[in-house]
Design a protein around this ligand. Structure first.
Ligand SMILES: Cc1cc2nc3c(=O)[nH]c(=O)nc-3n(C[C@H](O)[C@H](O)[C@H](O)COP(=O)(O)OP(=O)(O)OC[C@H]3O[C@@H](n4cnc5c(N)ncnc54)[C@H](O)[C@@H]3O)c2cc1C
Length: 410
């Protein structure tokens, strides 16, 4: 969306396409919670944030891209605030929180409103409103299936109008893909089920170069048993604040031995299950039974989690006595289309932004850097794609190619 807004501001014709109902589709951005990292005040700086990002990415990032995008971050914040996003501020200054891996407290959060501090909720309101206010044409409920090419360049896309059921082709001087990651390809994931790398497939078929596909950002524990109807990360929310213990199937509390080796909880859980020491439903045990029962009750109540207890109770589980089974869950994927500092892929006429694009994070994403990357890459992509579009002639659709793609789909 930011790419569309920025391209439109450059005075080119933009068409925004989304596979769902605009502003109410299954975008991951609406789920984002914790924050948005941006160095704003000394002694923090662009240089320190770049260094943190590169070191945490195990030096696999495109360092020029890191610097370019982090430089863009403050103006993205100003845009978002100008459009009405409510950031947490005190005396006119952004309040910034510390998150692991960052040298300074630089995580911006939204102002808490009616108990909600989820940033995604705020983006959800503000960005679609801007697209509409600027009169950017939207094609919603349109599933893009593949890209069209002409003269060695991307020339548009084909897809299915999900309302009419029609197969349609759209020509474009340049295409920006921002179709998110592929977390839902894993057995356990925190995104919506449609986040399966649609754009990755299209870009791959168009010949784009990919990088870092082996790196994913995992939430260390979601409940795999009992299966509950509530959001997948409730076990993590309890575990983060309450001091729970992890056991393998032999009752061994394994976390400390991995921690001493410098491994993460996600790695420890993965290793235990891989070694055949997991629980019956493919996880490990998470228990709170060492804590006084009323302490567990009190904490869960403060989190508004009585419904968890009720639902667990109905399934015969008492969180104060019984262990639940948890496993790691894919949250964000770091691999994707290799982009340069103009957010160009290796295919002429094709740009990539957001989780589909790769090169910023390297092997590991710092908490709150993903949103920052998605916004800044959107911003740069919109501007750069518009610049290129201005230099191109009108594109003719190759009907033969459209027929061939139609044949493949149906
Ligand atoms: C639970 C959760 C919490 C998170 N919290 C944070 C956080 O606090 N801080 C942080 O930095 N990161 C966080 N992340 C990661 C971050 O939210 C994502 O990386 C980011 O939102 C991805 O944005 P995006 O623009 O790439 O994709 P999305 O926001 O998912 O948008 C992709 C869009 O593409 C459309 N689309 C996809 N395929 C097609 C197709 N074939 N045709 C047409 N349209 C299509 C979709 O409908 C959607 O509108 C979180 C992730 C999760 C799952």
């Amino acid at each position: 969306m930011l790419a569309a807004i920025k391209a439109h501001a450059e005075g080119v014709d933009v068409l925004m396409i989304t596979s769902g109902a605009f502003g109410r589709d299954s975008a991951v951005t609406w789920m984002a919670g914790g924050g948005f990292q941006c160095a704003l005040y000394p002694p923090d700086s662009l240089e320190v944030q770049s260094k943190d990002t590169i070191i945490n990415g195990r030096h696999l990032s495109n360092q020029e891209l890191v610097y370019t995008l982090l430089k863009e971050a403050p103006s993205c914040i100003m845009d978002l605030e100008g459009w009405g996003e409510k950031f947490h501020k005190k005396s006119g200054r952004f309040v910034q929180y510390f998150l692991p891996g960052h040298s300074y407290a630089r995580c911006l959060q939204r102002e808490k409103e009616k108990g909600v501090s989820n940033f995604g909720d705020e983006h959800h309101k503000v960005l679609p409103r801007q697209i509409r206010a600027k009169g950017i044409p939207i094609r919603e409920d349109f599933l893009v299936i593949d890209l069209l090419s002409a003269d060695g360049r991307i020339a548009g896309a084909v897809g299915i109008d999900l309302r009419e059921g029609d197969f349609k082709a759209i020509s474009a001087k340049v295409v920006v893909l921002a179709t998110s990651g592929y977390a839902a390809c894993y057995k356990h994931y925190l995104t919506g089920p449609s986040v399966t790398g649609w754009g990755h497939g299209m870009a791959y078929r168009a010949g784009a170069e990919f990088m870092d596909m082996e790196f994913i950002d995992c939430y260390p524990y979601v409940a795999v048993w009992p299966k509950l109807t509530m959001v997948g990360d409730w076990a993590a929310n309890v575990r983060y604040a309450l001091s729970g213990k992890f056991y393998n199937k032999m009752g061994f509390e394994f976390w400390e031995s991995y921690r001493r080796k410098g491994m993460t909880r996600a790695q420890a859980i993965f290793k235990e299950v891989e070694a055949g020491r997991g629980s019956p439903h493919g996880g490990i045990y998470l228990a709170f039974s060492h804590l006084p029962a009323n302490l567990v009750d009190d904490y869960i109540k403060t989190q508004g989690g009585e419904k968890w207890l009720k639902e667990l109770g109905a399934m015969g589980f008492d969180l104060r006595k019984d262990a639940i089974e948890v496993y790691i869950s894919a949250m964000s994927t770091l691999g994707g289309c290799k982009i340069d500092e103009h957010c160009r892929t290796t295919v002429p006429g094709l740009y990539a932004a957001g989780e589909l694009a790769s090169g910023f994070d390297g092997a590991h994403t710092l908490a709150g850097n993903m949103m920052m990357f998605c916004f800044t890459s959107g911003s740069v992509t919109g501007r750069e794609a518009a610049k290129e579009a201005k230099t191109r002639q009108k594109v003719e659709i190759d009907e033969q190619q459209v027929k061939e793609l139609h044949r493949k789909v149906f």
